[in-house]
Design a protein around this ligand. Structure first.
Ligand code: NAI
Length: 408
């Protein structure tokens, strides 16, 4: 167990919204006190939790905006047990010295597996066959049914998910092409192509695995879809805005595409909306799933473990690896040193101010890392002697200081 100078059980962590039990287990094993609240909170209930907690963890329904962060005097960090972090006002959290952690890649494998499920589902027209049999029709026709072996899949976006899909597709005997705006090392026998157009020209299946950006919004519109091979298939399990739905519907209705699989949509329903209908409903060989690519027990468990590990290493060492609103600092602990963490406003001269307090003390700085963002600077410093409360207070009282912690 790391040598923090504070009693670990005094760190109070509140986990909301039924976060996977693996997170609680990991945090309890680390020695912290963990409270569980199964639902999302707002208003006075949330205020009460924020007044008492050092760490708050939630999924996507509890919202932490500047107004809530103002009433969270003890808050050290926030854990978003989710892929996204829209539920937190990130810049307001940073300005209060509170890093926000999430788990952007814990569901990678789940999405990749569903993508492969859809590839086979499209090739065998499983959606239609299943729907017909549910209605009592025994349709054994082989028309439009294919093996995937020997066919080509083109991946647009070759990041965490794209790479996994590529490896799985290759294991099925498929040829893998990809296009990414960054230079990526091809895994297995996959082949990088310099343009999207080349991927569209050559692929029997085109699968999108890009983030939502200005560049990817509407990236697959009418001209791109027209360029895809006759009878080929389009899969989107990334973000709804990447595909122009009207153009896809036209191409499916005209029989230019052989089918499509969509897990994400430009306008998805709100959690309380009872009914929702896609413009693609009823079209042949179209697999529609309600944004469940990452919804597996395994992914939830991975999210729990990943965010719990990030929180632990922030509390114990000050590491901010994986924080979405903080500079990344990861300073390996050293023997016989004492560590101070200092979050400050990002203005010139802060390092000099802290260093001069250290040199007045006669302390030697053994290691340090400083990182900045537009909002804040974050300094982690290891020195050769214990800091007294008086020195701690002196640093904390610098006009630029936001949050100061002595770890050990
Ligand atoms: P990642 O960040 O690891 O990879 C994305 C890749 O896309 C990067 O390599 C990037 O360079 C590339 N890229 C960005 N802009 C591009 C462009 N204009 N053209 C070509 N390549 C471009 O992200 P990851 O984890 O692989 O996720 C991919 C997508 O999957 C994201 O949109 C994410 O939101 C979505 N996702 C969907 C889930 C679901 O439930 N359906 C669950 C998890 C993620």
């Amino acid at each position: 167990m790391p040598r923090t100078s504070f009693p670990r059980h005094k760190i109070r962590i509140t986990l909301l919204e039924n976060i996977h039990p693996a997170a609680r287990e990991a945090l309890v094993a680390a020695g912290y006190t963990v409270d569980l609240i199964p639902k999302a909170l707002e208003g006075d209930d949330l205020a009460k939790v924020l007044a008492e907690s050092h760490i708050v963890g939630m999924r996507s329904r509890t919202k932490l905006r500047a107004a809530q962060l103002e009433i969270a005097p003890k808050l050290l960090a926030i854990g978003c047990f989710s892929v996204g972090t829209d539920q937190v006002e990130l810049s307001a959290a940073a300005q209060r010295g509170v890093p926000v952690f999430n788990a952007p890649h814990a569901s990678t494998r789940s999405v990749a597996e569903l993508t492969m499920g859809c590839v086979i589902g499209l090739a065998r027209r499983l959606g239609d066959k299943s729907a017909k049999l549910h209605q009592g029709q025994w349709d054994k026709s082989l028309s439009g049914a294919h093996e995937v072996r020997g066919h080509t899949i083109g991946l647009i976006g070759y990041g965490h998910i794209g790479q996994q899909v590529g490896l799985l597709a290759e294991a099925f005997g498929m040829r893998v092409l990809f296009h990414d705006i960054q230079k990526k090392l091809p895994l297995g026998l996959s082949k990088p192509l310099p343009t999207i157009e080349q991927v569209l020209d050559e692929s029997d299946f085109v699968s999108l695995h890009v983030p939502e950006t200005a560049q990817t919004r509407g990236m697959l519109g009418a001209p791109q879809i027209a360029r895809m091979k006759q009878g080929s298939y389009l899969l989107n399990l990334s973000r709804g805005s990447v595909v122009v739905i009207d153009a896809l519907r036209d191409a499916l209705q005209k029989g230019h595409l052989g089918g499509a699989a969509l897990d994400v949509f430009p306008q998805e329903p709100t959690p309380t909306q009872a009914e929702w209908r896609s413009e693609l409903a009823g079209l042949p060989n179209v697999l529609l799933t309600p944004h469940v690519g990452g919804n597996t027990e395994e992914a939830q468990r991975n999210i729990g473990l990943e965010v719990a590990a990030a929180i632990t290493s922030y509390i114990d060492r000050g590491d901010t690896e994986g924080a979405v609103n903080f500079p990344t600092i990861n300073l390996p602990p050293r023997e016989n040193t004492h560590r101070i963490l200092h979050v400050h406003r990002n203005v010139p001269g802060v390092l000099a101010s802290v260093t001069s307090i250290m040199s007045e003390l006669g302390a030697n700085i053994e290691a340090q890392q400083l990182g900045t963002t537009r909002d804040i600077g974050y300094l982690v410093m290891d020195i050769d002697r214990q800091l007294s409360d008086a020195v701690h207070e002196r640093i904390a009282a610098l006009p630029v200081s936001v949050k100061t912690r002595v770890l050990y």
